[in-house]
Design a protein around this ligand. Structure first.
Ligand code: PHE
Length: 518
């Protein structure tokens, strides 16, 4: 193949000699090869932009033989081969023998040979019905092979129906000289330089024209991680519903807020180092409210003022002081509810509150395609007087409908800090089954009592995961392609923004908050 430079020289020298190239299909390289018209077009466009040449496209329909057509042009049509295979004379040949000689061609050719009255049947054998034949199909195909712009439309269409020929469009070019024609391609300047101004060269320099059609270079910019894009969408839903965002920027938490304030017993298996990452340095804190601590201790040990029997075991400050990476964002919710109660006490009025958070939590789990040791939780908490389970269910319905999930169901479950507790299920249209999408409940009196909220204040809460909807949205099947050191940064840059549209909601029902039991 000729290089672009060779093509350019060929075009320019031909134009210089003959002043016009009537049809570029007739141009030949030095070796006598035909030109690749697509490469030529590139060269013509470049010369045209410098006004050195002008060109027009010449579109023609050309006919080429299909593989079968080429075979017929060489060996004759199937019907002619059937005729040739049958010996002259009365005897003829049995069909089976014809088939063993010609194979598939025997089947295809026989019908047409009968129709042409070239052969007939005699006593079970095939015999010739004429002395000689003219194989017009073969002749036509040989002709078309020689002259691809053959124009007997009826014949061509008939051959096309028989899949012997095919129509193609071929483009070549008529090339003429442009106003700036020259044998030499002048270098075009793209910028005025200091040197050009100094030497005066700018007066005569040939400047390259601006291409206003060019797509341009995308400006460099920062990129949000897909999880953050999906998080933003959930945020919008919460803001729309009047929620306030909780400060979740501190990942390290005391066991007190993560477990004790949530009435999670100190002997609970989740508080084991196998499930929770405990900090080594510093390993403990005593920075939690003393008065609340005393009430929490009493509630755990004997129910305190809540009327509950508690867990009937010793509660130690030492365990509550252990620092850890929070295992759920409910650690922050418990702290926020404490603040809410304190504020109500100070101001003498309780104001209902709606809080949400979407942030990272950590669990000491073995990592696989769907689990990491850290993930994001979406959490919502509503505190108001006399809320009921019906409010929770009604609220869930609205929240999930905003994500396009219409069919929601609840199943009783157990959380140390809520009673009743419900797992949230949504019907997955694709999987045709109910899948778990989250966890929820009404906070227990043992959890709310020590905080000192007015006695008729109820708090409902729920949580779900952020990773699953993100993976579904961006078609990621391995969580390690979304988060961690194996993530492809280029891909993150290219991901589009996210919209939680109704259609996506249908897919979202694969979200699972986390498939752990508390
Ligand atoms: N903390 C729970 C979880 O990790 C979710 C939840 C939040 C449940 C609030 C009830 C109330 O799954």
């Amino acid at each position: 193949m000729a290089t672009a430079e060779e093509l350019q020289t060929l075009v320019l020298t031909t134009l210089e000699r003959e002043s016009c190239i009537p049809n570029s299909k007739d141009l030949k390289t030095v070796n006598g090869d035909a030109l690749d018209q697509l490469s030529l077009l590139g060269v013509l466009n470049s010369l045209k932009s410098k006004e050195m040449v002008d060109y027009e496209a010449i579109d023609v329909e050309i006919w080429t033989l299909t593989e079968e057509g080429q075979q017929v042009a060489k060996q004759g049509s199937h019907e002619a081969r059937v005729f040739e295979a049958i010996p002259a004379g009365e005897e003829g040949m049995p069909i089976s023998e014809l088939q063993s000689i010609l194979g598939d061609a025997a089947k295809v050719g026989q019908g047409k040979a009968f129709k042409n009255k070239w052969i007939s049947k005699k006593g079970g054998n095939l015999v010739r019905a004429t002395d000689s034949i003219v194989d017009q199909t073969q002749k036509d195909l040989v002709e078309i092979e020689k002259n691809s712009t053959h124009n007997d439309a009826k014949l061509l269409n008939e051959l096309k129906k028989r899949k012997l020929v095919d129509k193609q469009k071929r483009t070549s070019y008529k090339v003429t000289k442009g106003p700036e024609f020259s044998l030499e391609v002048k270098k075009e300047a793209t910028d005025i330089t200091y040197e050009m101004l100094q030497s005066g060269e700018w007066k005569t320099a040939n400047f390259k024209k601006y291409n206003f059609e060019a797509a341009g270079v995308p400006p460099p910019s920062g990129h949000l991680h897909p999880l953050m894009k999906v998080r933003q969408e959930f945020r919008e839903i919460f803001f729309e519903m009047g929620f306030e965002e909780m400060p979740t920027n501190c990942f390290a938490e005391s066991s007190f807020w993560n477990f004790d304030a949530l009435f999670q017993p100190q002997q609970h298996p989740a508080r084991d180092a196998h499930d929770t990452f405990f900090l080594k340095d510093p390993a403990t804190t005593d920075r939690f409210p003393r008065d609340l601590m005393e009430k929490v201790k009493a509630t755990h040990e004997n129910g305190g003022e809540t009327g509950s029997t508690g867990y009937n075991c010793t509660w130690t400050e030492e365990d509550a002081g252990k620092l850890l990476l929070r295992t759920h964002t409910t650690a922050v919710s418990s702290f926020m509810l404490y603040n809410l109660a304190e504020k109500a006490k100070k101001e003498g009025v309780f104001r209902p509150a709606k809080y949400f958070s979407i942030d990272r939590v950590f669990r000491n789990e073995s990592v696989d395609a769907t689990h990491l040791a850290e993930f994001h939780q979406i959490e919502g908490v509503i505190a108001d007087r006399n809320l009921t389970l019906g409010d929770l269910i009604g609220f869930m319905d609205i929240f999930f409908k905003k994500m396009g999930m219409e069919k929601i169901r609840f199943k009783p479950t157990y959380n140390p800090y809520t009673e009743p507790s419900m797992e949230i299920f949504s019907y997955h249209e694709g999987l045709k089954k109910w899948v778990e999408i989250g966890n929820s409940g009404l906070f227990r009196p043992e959890m709310l009592g020590p905080l000192g909220l007015p006695p008729d204040v109820r708090v409902i809460g729920y949580g779900l995961g952020l990773e699953r909807p993100t993976m579904i949205k961006y078609g990621i099947s391995n969580i390690r392609d979304l988060l961690g050191h194996k993530v492809n940064i280029a891909m993150i840059k290219e991901y589009p923004v996210c919209r939680l549209d109704k259609k996506m909601g249908k897919e979202l029902v694969g979200i699972s908050s986390n498939d752990d039991e508390e």
